[in-house]
Every structure is written in structure tokens, then in C-alpha cells.
Design a protein around this ligand. Structure first.
Ligand SMILES: [Zn+2]
Length: 457
């Protein structure tokens, strides 16, 4: 290689270095002006604030310099093949794009091509760099969406600015969130076959006869119909978000496999559960199915996990017992506590018929108590075969879905049931899908799918 060639080859990196040095000088000038004025003695907080205020512009400029040098070829390109038909097209004009990344604002003037055959305009640089059509780039969108999954959109944008020194509007947050949510489908939000198989394998090797627990339940979410622009908000209505959590219980630990919740009907719930069941290698696992009394839920759990042991959730069951005791004997009375205690003990030892017999002979205190007693008898009769807590304990099966209850609280309630929040069903479901993905550890995959669909050909 001749000397001239080597100098040429080094040029882009050296150019880059020079450009960065220029930016550093600009930044240093700013700092000097602010800090070294006579008599000034800024504190740590003031200095940090100064850095926060100046770094976006500084880094944004560095970022831009880097792209300009690294992708000089694409920026100066005069001809490019059409991505649809392959025809060589001549550059029509330069197109200025202002972008904002987590590093700050940058501007890129890149060539725009147009294929007359296909009536198709394209920007090769955008494809290579995966530039978003939005001004805020995917790194910002990813973090903004993650933030909005935790806190309401309005406080989300405030919090985002507070923590990142980067302003995004709540409208942008809401918009992006909904778009990402559209791509958060069940297939991606649930760990892959391989991932699930690996977790099962690992548990089987480290624990003696682990139990796969499938716990389902419903939670009511406040929803409203979508109102048109300038129209009054739709009327509110509580709808059921149906969901399940699947996890492995070993000797001394729990390994999460998958959570999924949606405001949906029973049939869709069944389809979703069946899809997830198909990813789980059931053959070598003992399976426990946990749920409250709802019939729809058992139907689908049994269909998807035929060899599962059905267990009526102990805590749901206890709630029903408490309700009767309260109405019949008065809250927290001695009699109330005694009756609850003895009833739960009998249920623990599978003496369901015994409890039903007692209830049938219980003279109700009033009409309210009478109605609750009647309901409890029906509930116990319906779930008779699912009450065997002592045997469950001995076999190492969980008797209460503390697991799903807390997952539901985390996924559903904490974000969905904030006071004053009424969800349009679609947005509510997008929220649930994204929160499930976060909980399942698949958020990156979900975001990636969204990103791929936003990038031009
Ligand atoms: Zn073409």
C-alpha cells in the first residue's frame, strides 16, 4: 500500500477526531463562561445541572459527526438500486431529517431517491441506520414505552424528563405506546419453546419432582368506549381481564414461565391458554391447576392440561367462608372466628360433605345470611372434587395461588386500577400485553418486532 493510499484510508477517522475536538472546544467554552466567572463558586448540584443542560447538544453533535464520517459513502451516494425492482436510480435531492436520540438532537442531510418504475421513494441511509420516521428515535421510543407501562402517560413524560433530561410529550408517549402494543402479540410476549423447555429442564434436574402450576383468574378493569374527537367520553363499564400465570414450583424456589392477561371473552382465553400450553413439555412434569370457582376457567385449564390436578384456590375458598361467617355471626365475633377456623380445618381434611351438611342445617340469621349460605353450598358442591388441601400439601402442590394473585396485582391492578383511570379496551389490552412482556422478560423481543415494522424497505 502506498503512502497516499494509507493517508486516504485514515482520513475518515482523523476527520471524525477533528470534528469531535471542535465540539469539545465549543462545550468547554460554554462551561468556562458559566463556571469560571469571577466570584462564582458553583456547588456539585449546580455543576451537575450545567452538565445536564449542555450535554444533549454536545453529544447530539458528536453523534451527528460520527454518522457523517462513518456513513459518508451513503450520504454522498449519487445512484442507488430500487429496493423493490432493483433498477438503478439517480439521487433526486437531499432531505434533511432532524432526529433525537437519547444522546440529544442531531440533523442528517441524506440523499433521497425515487424509482419511476415503482413510483417509490427511498432513503438508503434510513434503512442501514434503522432511522425511525418519528423524530424521537427507537432508543427514546423504547424507554418511553417502558416508562409508560409503569406510570400514567402524563406523569410518565414528566418523570422521563426529570430522569433523563430529555423531553417527550405525553402525546408522543401515548401514541408510541399504542403502536408498540399492537405488535405485542402472544407469540412474542411469551418465552419461546426453547426458553421454556430450558427452564423446565433446569428445574427437573435441580428439584425432585417439580410441579408445573397453572393458575388462572379474572380481574375487573374499568373500561369505557372510545369517544370521537369533540365528543363526550364514552360511558364507563367494568370488564373482566382474564389471565393466567404458569410457573414451576421446586423444593425451595419458583421459576416463572409465562403470564398473560387480556380483556377478552372466554373463548379467546381458551385459545391463548392452549397456545401457551403447546409450548410446554408436559410429559415429565406433575401439573397442578389452580383457580377460583369460575366454571369457564376450569373447562379451559383441563382441556389444555388434561393430566393436571385440579385445586380450588384455598384463599378464594376461605373468602367465601368468611363472608358467610360475617353475615351469620357478626364480624370478628368469637363465634364467627371459631366457625371459620373449624370449617377451614374440615375443608383442609377434605371433609367437604361434612361442611355442606352443616351449612344445610344452619338456621340463617336473616335473608342476607340465607342467600350467602345458599351460594356457599352451591360453590362447595360444584368444587367438591377440587378440595383436598392436605393431600395437595403432602404431594408438594400449592393450595393457593398467592403466585398469580401477586402477578395479577402487579400486571393488572397497579397500572390499570389507578383512581380515575378508565381504559379504552384496545389501549387497556395493549397495556396488559406490554406489562406481561416485561414480566415475562420478552419486552425487547416485542419492541424489536415493532421496530422492524417501522423501518422502510
Ligand atoms: Zn423500482
Amino acid at each position: 500500500m502506498g503512502l497516499a493510499a494509507r493517508i486516504l484510508e485514515q482520513a475518515p477517522t482523523e476527520d471524525f477526531r477533528d470534528m469531535i475536538h471542535d465540539e469539545v472546544d465549543k462545550w468547554v467554552d460554554q462551561i468556562i463562561d458559566e463556571v469560571f466567572e469571577d466570584g462564582k463558586e458553583p456547588t456539585i448540584m449546580e455543576l451537575s445541572q450545567l452538565f445536564s443542560e449542555t450535554k444533549q447538544e454536545f453529544f447530539g453533535a458528536c453523534f451527528q459527526a460520527l454518522i457523517e464520517q462513518k456513513y459518508a459513502g451513503l450520504l454522498e451516494q449519487e445512484y442507488a438500486p430500487c429496493p423493490q425492482c432493483g433498477k438503478m436510480c439517480k439521487k433526486r435531492r437531499d432531505h434533511l431529517k432532524e432526529i433525537v436520540t437519547m444522546q440529544g438532537p442531531s440533523a442528517l442531510k441524506r440523499p433521497w431517491f425515487y424509482c419511476v418504475n415503482c413510483s417509490y421513494g427511498f432513503l438508503p441511509l434510513d434503512k442501514t441506520l434503522e432511522i425511525s420516521r418519528k423524530k424521537n428515535q427507537f432508543d427514546v421510543q423504547r424507554k418511553a414505552t417502558r416508562t409508560a407501562a409503569e406510570v400514567p402517560f402524563s406523569s410518565g413524560s414528566e418523570l422521563f424528563a426529570e430522569l433523563t433530561d430529555h423531553c417527550v410529550s405525553d402525546h408522543f408517549m401515548h401514541d408510541t405506546f399504542e403502536q408498540v402494543g399492537e405488535y405485542a402479540c402472544l407469540e412474542d410476549a411469551i418465552p419461546s419453546d426453547q426458553e421454556i423447555a430450558a427452564r423446565c429442564q433446569e428445574m427437573t434436574e435441580s428439584s425432585w419432582r417439580p410441579v408445573l402450576v397453572v393458575a388462572s383468574d379474572g380481574a375487573h378493569v374499568p373500561t369505557r368506549l372510545k369517544a370521537k374527537r369533540n365528543e363526550k367520553r364514552g360511558k364507563g363499564q367494568w370488564q373482566e381481564a382474564k389471565g393466567f400465570r404458569i410457573y414451576l414450583v421446586g423444593k425451595d424456589r419458583i421459576v416463572h414461565l409465562a403470564s398473560w392477561h387480556q380483556i377478552q371473552n372466554e373463548e379467546q382465553f381458551g385459545e391463548d391458554l392452549s397456545f401457551v400450553a403447546s409450548r410446554i413439555p408436559q410429559a415429565n412434569l406433575r401439573i397442578g391447576l389452580l383457580g377460583d370457582g369460575a366454571d369457564w376457567l376450569w373447562k379451559h385449564m383441563v382441556a389444555c392440561f388434561p393430566k393436571g390436578r385440579q385445586i380450588l384456590d384455598y384463599f378464594h375458598c376461605a373468602e367465601h367462608i368468611h363472608k358467610v361467617a360475617k353475615l351469620q355471626y357478626g364480624e370478628k365475633s368469637q363465634k364467627c372466628l371459631e366457625w371459620v377456623e373449624s370449617t377451614l380445618t374440615r375443608l383442609f381434611y377434605s371433609e367437604v360433605d361434612n361442611v355442606i351438611w352443616g351449612l344445610q342445617r344452619m338456621p340463617p340469621r336473616d335473608s342476607l345470611a340465607k342467600e350467602e349460605i345458599r351460594k356457599l353450598i352451591g360453590y362447595l358442591q360444584n368444587n367438591r372434587e377440587r378440595i383436598h388441601y392436605r393431600g395437595d400439601r403432602i404431594g408438594g402442590y400449592p393450595i393457593g395461588s398467592g403466585g398469580i394473585e401477586s402477578a395479577n396485582k402487579f400486571i393488572c391492578h397497579t397500572r390499570m386500577k389507578r383512581s380515575g383511570a378508565w381504559w379504552v379496551k384496545e389501549t387497556g389490552n395493549a397495556m396488559l400485553r406490554i406489562r406481561c412482556a416485561i414480566y415475562n422478560g420478552t419486552y425487547d423481543k416485542v419492541f424489536d418486532k415493532y421496530k422492524k415494522n417501522q423501518i422502510p424497505l
